[in-house]
Ligand binder design. Structure first.
Ligand code: NAP
Length: 319
């Protein structure tokens, strides 16, 4: 048996609970992963709420991002072997101790040397989203980019990718996260009233591109600030708003298959810093989501599954 985070009714965070689930059988072409870390994303909470993400029938698992160790592989699997450290994403399932990956060629990568298994466990959604966003922004050296939510999971990666391309980056965050942004070479401004006056004061000649993580008001404010619609990426306002204003929606689904390995290596080599804000044990799952939604955490919030007891083979090595 294995523990998994699940819910049986849509609603708020208090619907999340731990349940025992049977360890899945591994079929041909499949990989079973013992999950060690599972990153939290706003999307998990939106799926829990239901609405346009569908209504739960019976029970549903939760979470997308994970990292762990390959426990076993099915017949015909050649790219992975038991003991490999891996990371990936699987919607509505990742927060489980024993995770069956039916399509490892699409969902799973080996963790590059130098990338922490904890960081890897919170990278899939934010990383893929940031990678497709940076391409859509099409930045040139010396341009100025505004990133909203630059202290958040996606924004902090987009902002650093842009900085590495030689762009000047102005990023919005709450005051408590400004020092972190400065340390990453991002010029911080506070969101809310006065935001655009602050941006204008920093960049009186205007900004050339903008990345929006919020709603339609923000997209409109970017257009009012003189940013051409084709240089705006919106991941927060939804496709109808994006279509209305002619801005890009390049998000997670537009990423390339090899993006996770590229980004994992960039983090391992020190080009990008992905802070871990806090790690919760899996039995604190409700507290973890409350922290994500209420504490303005800069960087990732992770769930940790305690390591399994040593195997007989591991024990034998100690005698
Ligand atoms: N379309 C896609 O493919 C896609 C993919 C990933 C995410 N998303 C969506 O994009 C959004 C951001 O995702 P994330 O993972 O980066 O979230 P996150 O880690 O929770 O970060 C949220 C960011 O927004 C900032 N923020 C909070 N309230 C704000 C406000 N009123 N105005 C401006 N900024 C505000 C936060 O700043 P402080 O913490 O400093 O206060 C933080 O920087 C979410 O809505 C998510 O669902 C879409």
């Amino acid at each position: 048996m294995a523990r998994r985070v699940q819910y049986t009714s849509n609603g708020d965070i208090d619907q999340l609970h731990l349940a025992e689930a049977a360890t899945p059988e591994v079929g041909p072409g499949q990989v079973l992963v013992t999950v060690l870390y599972a990153g939290l994303n706003p999307l998990d909470w939106k799926m829990l709420q239901g609405g346009r993400f569908g209504t739960v029938e019976g029970s549903s698992g939760n979470g997308v991002d994970f990292s762990g160790v390959v426990a076993s592989v099915g017949a015909g699997v050649e790219d992975f072997a038991p003991g490999d450290l891996v990371y990936g994403g699987l919607p509505k399932q990742a927060q489980t101790e024993q995770l069956l990956i039916e399509d490892p060629a699409d969902r799973l990568d080996r963790i590059p040397r130098g990338l922490g298994i904890d960081t890897a466990g919170g990278l899939y959604i934010t990383g893929r989203t940031a990678m497709s966003g940076i391409r859509a922004l099409n930045l040139s050296e010396g341009e100025t980019l505004f990133v909203s939510g630059a202290s958040g999971g996606v924004g902090i990666i987009v902002a650093q990718l842009a900085r590495n391309l030689g762009a000047r980056v102005i990023g919005s965050a709450s005051e408590g996260n400004h020092e972190l942004l400065r340390s990453l070479g991002i010029e911080p401004v506070t969101y809310g009233q006065g935001l655009w006056a602050s941006v204008r004061a920093l960049a009186p000649n205007g900004i050339q591109a903008a990345y929006s993580t919020q709603g339609e008001d923000e997209v409109e404010a970017m257009i009012d600030a003189g940013v051409p619609a084709e240089r705006i990426v919106s991941i927060g306002a939804g496709p109808a708003v994006a279509e209305k204003h002619g801005v890009s929606t390049a998000g997670e689904s537009a990423a390339r298959r090899e993006d996770m390995v590229w980004l994992g290596q960039a983090i391992a080599y020190g080009h990008i810093h992905v802070p871990i804000n806090r790690v919760f044990d899996v039995d604190e799952v409700q507290d973890a989501y409350r922290h994500l939604l209420n504490a303005h955490p800069a960087g990732k919030v992770l769930l940790r599954f305690p390591a399994k007891p040593l195997t007989d083979e591991q024990r034998a090595h100690l005698h």
